[in-house]
Design a protein around this ligand. Structure first.
Ligand SMILES: Cc1cc2nc3c(=O)[nH]c(=O)nc-3n(C[C@H](O)[C@H](O)[C@H](O)COP(=O)(O)O)c2cc1C
Length: 258
């Protein structure tokens, strides 16, 4: 019999640090703080964004084109006091929001573990994590957590698993099974894809093949999808869909990986 199980976590000084314009990432940040007991700090632009979508799109594009990212107010916490930073942001234009570009230019997170977490309309966890790895070569940027704005109420449960799996919170979880190999999409699977994705504001493309897995709480689908970009070029994306086991549960699209 094992003498000890992984129900304790090594003492790590943890900080949740986040930028949020319209409150979604803040909700996830506060949930992370609640579940880990970490300290928390927010990133604030000297000249705040208005919170109006079109205005932020325009200002964000101007900043990206000119390379003039927004100045930030000083942080209230000292990064050097922590081992682990949960770094949170909304996805803008496929990557981390502009205030994070300023942050990573000014703070190198040297020798720290950086755990990205983000919220998005459709996706961007993988691309923003790769961008953080490039921007923070002195940090250990690990795989993080992301949730669609429309599913932010799912974050508490998903974070519980994420934190336990990665040793940031005591407790153990059953590992989830792998997805089955990709097979051509049947009519029933196509109906699930459409139910999950057709209300999304932009077309997500045509599912070609799908892999599946069954978990104690849901059946999950990993669709390979062909779509066309803004310039008509063809691309392949992965779209994840989940259907909870509860009676009458509606298919939900959880994220796009581009
Ligand atoms: C300027 C801007 C650009 C955005 N770009 C993307 C994007 O490329 N992909 C995406 O999935 N969502 C995108 N979104 C949606 C946000 O990521 C999403 O609404 C997020 O949850 C907002 O977080 P917040 O409430 O913490 O500010 C964008 C939003 C804004 C304002």
């Amino acid at each position: 019999m094992a003498l000890c199980t992984a129900t304790t976590v090594p003492a790590q000084r943890m900080l949740v640090i986040y930028y949020s314009e319209t409150g979604t990432t803040k909700t996830v940040a506060e949930e992370l703080q609640r579940q880990t007991g970490a300290d928390i700090d927010s990133i604030v632009a000297q000249e705040p964004y208005t919170g109006i979508f079109q205005e932020t799109i325009q200002r964000g594009q101007r900043e990206m084109q000119s390379g003039q990212m927004p100045a930030l107010k000083p942080l209230t916490k000292k990064l050097a006091d922590y081992d682990v930073a949960f770094l949170g942001y909304p996805i803008w234009f496929g990557t981390y929001a502009n205030p994070i570009a300023t942050l990573v230019k000014e703070c190198d997170f040297a020798d720290m573990t950086v755990v990205p977490f983000c919220t998005f309309g459709s996706g961007g966890l993988n691309t923003s994590t790769e961008a953080l790895r490039k921007a923070l070569p002195k940090a250990r940027v690990v795989d993080g957590y992301g949730v669609r704005t429309a599913r932010v109420t799912a974050a508490a449960k998903e974070l519980d698993r994420f934190l336990k799996e990665n040793g940031y919170k005591p407790g153990t979880v059953e590992p989830l099974p792998d997805y089955s190999g990709q097979q051509p999409v049947t009519a029933a699977e196509r109906a699930i894809f459409d139910a999950a994705c057709s209300s999304y504001q932009f077309p997500l493309g045509e599912p070609q093949t799908v892999g599946k897995r069954t978990t104690p709480d849901s059946t999950d689908y990993k669709f390979t999808v062909k779509s066309r970009g803004m310039n008509g070029e063809e691309s392949t994306t992965i779209i994840y869909v989940t259907v909870a086991s509860a009676d009458g549960a509606q298919p939900e699209f959880t994220q796009v990986v581009r």
